[in-house]
Design a protein around this ligand. Sequence first.
Ligand code: GRG
Length: 300
Amino acid sequence: MAQINTQNFDFEEYLKETKKVVEEALDSSLSPEKPEILRESMRYSLLAGGKRIRPILCLASCSLAGGDPKLAVPTAVAIEMIHTMSLIHDDLPAMDNDDLRRGRPTNHKVYGDAVAILAGDALLTRAFEMVSLRSPDVDSVRLLNVVGELSLVAGAPGLVGGQVVDLECEGKKVDLETLEYIHLHKTGALLKACVRTGAMIAGADERLLAALTSYAEGIGLAFQIIDDILDVTASSETLGKTAGKDLLADKTTYPKLLGLEESKKRALNLVKKAKEAIIPWGENANYLISLADYITNRDR
Ligand code: GRG
């Protein structure tokens, strides 16, 4: 896998190569799974494509911290499993009730609600197995810290808490502070874990972890603002999920509260601040800096 090459920095090539590593690792991560229907349902969502931003952030962060990104691959896979589980559960009738995800019918549309819930559960637990039992050559104290970080993010202090507040706010008027609370938990927390765990595997010190935390808080909110903008401006075909859903569900979004132009400005400003947090790491920060721009310039 590509180490940071500061002489001939080619972000597109890095992205392509790292995505390939991630896809291969995801493909070989799911075994043995029985019965067959569970295996199919887990593979259906995990291998359905997706931008793979989270695992790439994790590997890029490990590189920034001076580690061998190969060592962080099981953690990167674990993060994509947690993310995929959250998408499967988010799409269920009791939550967002969506039919389309990653360009295909949602998991429960194909396998039914019960198997979809269980496939999500199995992905979540497999994520912890990836870190604790399938991460050879990584110091066990570092792995324990990664497990701790991921358990905080997946639970009430992270994804679950954010989702509950989001559900509670449905159909209600929401202020900017509550909106940011929801997104910092639903979206920001996992992005933060990506960069922190990648660096933890490399043995990063507190100063770097704090800088990466600031970076992630910036890109986390920016990511969600862009998500809200794309919901208004892009097609379902491009997004691979139902466009215009926020408007239809009467959800409070950044464009609704601030307007499209102001939302875009806010995202750019957050990304600028995010990049500033890691600039002291010089050329080693190149990939994370380019990933921050990639997040704001994406079209899906
Ligand atoms: C059951 C432990 C447990 C947690 C689940 C359902 C839930 C709690 C949380 C919902 C979290 C959620 C779906 C947040 C939205 C995050 C988001 C912006 C997703 C889209 O990410 P992309 O654009 O998607 O990276 P791809 O498909 O490219 O990976």
